[in-house]
Design a protein around this ligand. Structure first.
Ligand code: ASP
Length: 333
């Protein structure tokens, strides 16, 4: 048994080389989704527990499919059916699950820090599937994979495509978004220039410093949508996370006002590059942050993101259980 599990708690724990390795391994599995038989055997006999204390459609299904496509057993636990709703602590739940000897626990929780807490407590690998407003690392990795596929520059000498120098606008409720945090860290490490576009009240002060020097150099805060979108290669829209506003003073007059000033329409998309792509982590609130004609339009890659999600989570699960060298051997076998 391995002594150091390969947790994935935060993008902050990965350097650019490790991120590119995950993306390269994800590339391998991208095409598999379109094959009639979608199964590999690298994680045969392994067990993945999906422990979800917050709602999820895409992420939970995606982790489950990823585990099954690698021939692992996937077990899903959601909060409504979990003992935590009967008063059990997160760590007690984890101890009980660990006693059943899983290889990986994938956890989603409303507490920012839940994944780190589990990783420090259990001996199997822990993968963060979203912890409160903190991070959602696999979302950022699948977003980077999508951007790389659509906009990556081929590397001289046939290496991995590069994202260096691309301009990405992340627009909307940055304050409550774990997706934004993970993407800022991930994209900055890959050399992307990032604009955070929202009213001041939806951007935490000092966010450009979350990754130290690397984000300070690459992140710019912009408070007017048209300026934020000017000439960008990628527009990443975020949902207003109403569920995380409880107990806070209002941050904007009303949703209609925010949608009018920071929503993406065909008009405002016109400020981006003519071939800019439009992304969204889902779930979309049609007509709020995204006009339906843009969401369904030719520049939206939102469903490609979902497909990349499975491929990237396969790579992340393999990294956690058998490591990249093990995954390479499994492919060669
Ligand atoms: N699905 C993403 C998350 O879990 C984004 C969202 O919910 O708006 O954070």
């Amino acid at each position: 048994m391995r002594s150091v599990p390969r947790h994935l708690v935060s993008i902050a724990d990965l350097d650019a080389t490790e991120i590119v390795r995950i993306l390269d391994h994800g590339d391998r599995y991208w095409a598999l989704g379109h094959e009639p038989i979608k199964k590999l055997t690298s994680l045969r006999g392994r067990t993945v527990i999906n422990l979800f204390f917050e709602n999820s459609t895409r992420t939970r299904t995606s982790f489950e499919l990823a585990a099954k496509r690698l021939s692992a057993e996937a077990i899903n636990i959601s909060s409504s059916g979990a003992s935590i709703s009967k008063g059990e602590t997160l760590l007690d739940t984890a101890d009980n699950l660990e006693a059943m000897a899983p290889d990986v626990i994938v956890v989603r929780h409303s507490f920012g820090g839940a994944a780190a807490m589990l990783a420090g407590h259990v001996s199997c690998a822990v993968i963060n599937a979203g912890d409160g407003q903190h991070e959602h690392p696999t979302q950022a990795l699948l977003d980077a994979a999508t951007i790389r596929r659509m906009k990556g520059k081929p590397a001289a000498g046939g290496g991995s495509p590069s994202l260096e120098g691309l301009e990405v606008a992340i627009v909307g409720d940055i304050a409550h978004s774990r997706v934004a945090r993970s993407n800022i860290l991930c994209l900055a490490k890959l050399g992307v220039q990032i604009r955070l576009v929202a009213p001041l009240t939806l951007i935490p002060r000092g966010i450009e410093l979350i990754g130290g020097e690397v984000t300070r150099e690459r992140v710019r805060v912009v408070n007017r949508l048209e300026d934020g979108l000017e000439g960008v290669d990628v527009v990443m829209m975020l949902r207003i996370q109403h569920e995380r506003f409880e107990g806070e003073a209002p941050r904007f007059p009303n949703t209609r006002e925010l949608s009018r000033t920071f929503g993406l329409s065909e008009r405002t998309l016109g400020f981006a590059k003519p071939d800019a792509i439009v992304m969204h982590p889902g779930p979309i609130n049609r007509g709020v942050e995204l006009a339906p004609s843009v969401a369904d339009g030719p520049r939206a890659v939102i469903l490609q993101q979902v497909s990349w999600g499975v491929a990237i989570r396969m790579a992340v699960l393999e990294r956690a259980v058998i490591g990249f060298d093990g995954a390479d051997k499994a492919v060669a076998a």
